[in-house]
Design a protein around this ligand. Structure first.
Ligand SMILES: Nc1nc2c(ncn2[C@@H]2O[C@H](COP(=O)(O)OP(=O)(O)O)[C@@H](O)[C@H]2O)c(=O)[nH]1
Ligand SMILES: [Mg+2]
Length: 381
């Protein structure tokens, strides 16, 4: 019985805090969208806090959102659903800064969050938290691949299962990357999503350009219910398999030039090496991202589909030293992924005459999801 569950700890806040969780598959644009939302809220004079999440530490996302200059806490070493107490701890840390709004990005391979995160938050902390409708962000290319099936997929069906379950548990579906679509394509995709999920709002946004963010934010700050779509028939074995086929790699590397190296060229070479090794194995990328920093300069690279174009943000010129944080989620065994990444880093470093020192490298498959709390009915607040 939900009522008998013990909450992890008491949380204090002098004012109610709006909590916005935004889910969606890896690479859908969650971090970009939360950044856009945070900026809008800050413009409105509100105080914002953020919680990022990953299966391991060293997050590119945490570094990205730190640029916003708002307090950030990281739940590492597991997802919000399986590390609920850590989520509460991270939330408490951010609450110390008295935010009006707290934004959270769950791991993109997770589902069943309405039952394991959104509703437990409402049950335990409904007095201080106003939980916004749970949004699930969607990348149009994944809709074409996994819903419309007009693009071939290299993912096994268990990954498509997770993608569909994410849509099923959303209070709001948000089709992102509108800037990459014509009006006709966007309508076609909305139509396909509506057919699958006829009863919920489906919005169109471009997190990158800002289109549609205001309307979405209005819904998130309003009174619409949250966590209404608890999954009734989720099969955890299929879900676990879908997560386990994704190899996760997080690495930190120090690069040193002799005396300097071209960091932009290194980034391009690295992306190209990683892509060609992944494509040579006919594997699919869920989200591969890296962040290169040198002093105050930053350069990011993203790849959200093996055969799509990579995206780079920022520039770094000739530098003597840089740090690389690499996060890759690719449908390959962790060992293969680790080998590919190491080779790619070394080759790219050599091509620009730099030395690469691997400071940390971890590659693994996410473990079987075992959330400590799971509610079978939505909590009314
Ligand atoms: N064209 C386009 N790219 C986007 C948009 N939103 C995010 N992206 C890109 O998609 C990639 C993944 O974004 P990110 O926010 O890190 O995704 P996450 O894994 O869901 O957090 C990055 O290269 C982003 O720049 C958008 O609205 N339009
Ligand atoms: Mg992210």
């Amino acid at each position: 019985m939900a009522e008998q569950l013990q909450k992890p700890k008491e949380l204090q806040s002098q004012k109610p805090v709006r909590v916005i969780f935004t889910g969606g598959f890896l690479g859908a644009g969650k971090t970009t969208a939360l950044g856009a939302i945070a900026k809008k809220l800050i413009q409105q004079g509100l105080t914002v806090g953020l919680v990022t999440n990953d299966q391991a530490a060293n997050l590119v996302d945490t570094a990205i959102v730190k640029e916003l200059g708002v307090p950030v806490a990281e739940v590492a070493g597991g997802c919000f659903c399986c590390k609920f107490s850590d989520l509460v701890d991270a939330t408490e840390q951010v609450l110390a800064n008295k935010p009006d709004v707290l934004l959270g990005e769950p791991v993109g391979s997770c589902t069943d969050l309405a039952a394991t995160v959104v509703n437990p938050m409402k049950l335990f902390y409904g007095e201080i938290f106003r939980i916004a409708p749970f949004s699930v962000l969607v990348d149009p290319l994944r809709v074409r691949e996994l819903v419309l099936k007009e693009l071939p997929t290299r993912f096994p069906e268990e990954v498509a299962y997770i993608f569909k379950k994410q849509l099923e548990e959303a209070d709001i579906i948000v089709l992102n990357k509108l800037d990459t679509l014509t009006q006709e394509e966007a309508d076609r995709m909305i139509g396909a999503l509506k057919e699958l999920q006829p009863n919920k709002p489906i919005l169109k946004v471009s997190a990158l350009r800002g289109d549609g963010i205001e309307d979405w934010l209005q819904m998130l700050m309003g009174d619409a219910p949250s966590g209404s779509y608890i999954l009734r028939d989720i099969d955890y074995d299929t879900y676990a398999k879908g997560e386990a086929v994704l190899g996760w790699l997080n690495a930190t590397i120090r690069l040193v030039g002799s005396p300097k190296f071209d960091a932009n060229r290194f980034a391009k070479e690295l992306m190209s090496e990683l892509r060609s090794s992944i494509n040579a194995r006919n594997a699919e990328v869920a989200h591969l991202k890296f962040l290169l920093t040198s002093g105050t300069q930053m350069l990011r690279g993203h790849l959200t589909k093996a055969d799509a174009e990579p995206n780079f943000v920022g520039e770094i010129g000739e530098v003597s030293e840089a740090t690389l944080v690499l996060n890759a989620r690719v449908a390959l065994s962790p060992e293969t992924l680790g080998g590919i990444a190491t080779q790619a880093v070394l080759k790219a470093a050599k091509s620009v005459n730099a030395e690469a020192e691997i400071l940390s490298i971890q590659s693994f498959s996410p473990p079987y999801p075992r959330p400590p709390y799971r509610l079978s009915e939505p909590v009314k607040v």
